[in-house]
Design a protein. Structure first.
Lengths: 118, 112
């Protein structure tokens, strides 16, 4: 069963507008972590933001915020005031708490390709 | 500083060649990972090393052989690869007390 679902294969957004990238997840573990990564065409996976399942507040990092709705099992990424450099592939990922350190496994969604239009 | 370096950036090899990919980090991370990413797909985990010991092997074919000589260095030895092994190979690392994995820039591998 797919654990991370990103339903938007591609999005086009006007520069300076806000954009929301959708992510839903499925887990029966009460403790887990949710991540967003950005992958430009160069290939590097750039860490953007992290949300722990027990965190009370939504995570924010500069222009990035994570809209965490635990009951709905959603972890949408919001980018405010989009810039041309935001054009990239964006992956949502989940880490279920391992039995011990060293068994961390990230499960990635299929990604959303975001294109910012000047 | 959250820098993971990978060499080479690009690699072209024949099916009979032996080559190695190298990954290095100096952040004191004690877990290191190899991922394989095909075009237009998400990364797929291959191996995890924890405190220089192999902790996860995701049923990867033996033509891929990982090695962790020390806490800063991770290698992936390649031998008798197939054209379908052409992909972007990403290395990542993480701290014991943190969940976040930090990725390197990747090696783009083409097998002819």
């Amino acid at each position: 069963a797919q654990k991370i679902t990103q339903t938007q294969p591609g999005m086009f957004v006007q520069e300076k507008e806000a954009v929301t990238l959708d992510c839903t997840y499925d887990t029966s573990d009460p403790s887990y972590g949710l991540f967003w990564y950005k992958q430009p065409s160069s290939g590097e996976m750039i860490f953007l933001i992290y949300q722990g399942s027990y965190d009370q507040q939504n995570a924010t990092e500069g222009r990035y915020s994570l809209n965490f709705q635990k009951a709905r099992k959603s972890a949408n990424l919001v980018i405010s005031a989009s810039q041309l450099g935001d054009s990239a592939m964006y992956f949502c990922a989940m880490r279920e708490v391992p039995i011990n350190f060293g068994n961390e496994k990230l499960t990635f969604g299929t990604g959303t390709r975001l294109t910012i239009i000047p | 500083d959250t820098e993971v370096t990978q060499t080479p950036k690009h690699l072209v090899m024949g099916m009979t060649n032996k080559k190695s990919l190298k990954c290095e980090q100096h952040m004191g991370h004690r877990a290191m990972y190899w991922y394989k990413q095909k075009a237009k797909k998400p990364p797929e985990l291959m191996f995890v090393y924890s405190y220089e010991k192999l902790s996860i092997n995701e049923s990867v074919p033996s033509r891929f052989s990982p090695e962790c000589p020390n806490s800063s260095l991770l290698n992936l030895h390649l031998h008798a690869l197939q054209p379908e092994d052409s992909a972007l190979y990403l290395c990542a690392s993480s701290l014991p007390s943190q969940e976040t994995q930090y990725f390197g820039p990747g090696t783009r591998l083409l097998v002819l």
